[in-house]
Write a protein of this length. Structure first.
Length: 94
């Protein structure tokens, strides 16, 4: 891959990343509006010609590993493990 092709791919990658971030913000705003509407109208299901939208609340139990690590460091060390993941990031040079 030559430098020109590489730069074009990086530019496209960065542009798509920005578009995804913008679209995610728009999606989150629409989600909030739909939730608000469904709560206001006391709906758990909203059906249109094309879509069936459901809204529900549920309880989720989380484990606070930070406190557990502070209070039981040896036990914490017995249960942690390392994984390796690949990641590619592109940021504009300033």
């Amino acid at each position: 891959m030559n430098k020109r092709t590489l730069q074009a791919k990086i530019n496209k990658y960065a542009k798509l990343s920005n578009q995804i971030a913008d679209l995610t913000k728009q999606k989150d705003a629409l989600t909030a509006e739909l939730k608000e509407y469904m709560i206001t109208e006391s709906l758990d299901t909203l059906t249109t010609k094309q879509y069936k939208i459901k809204y529900s609340s549920y309880e989720r139990i989380n484990f606070n590993s930070k406190i557990f690590k502070e209070e039981h460091p040896r036990m914490y060390d017995r249960y942690i493990y390392t994984t390796y993941t690949d990641r590619l990031t592109a940021n504009l040079n300033k």
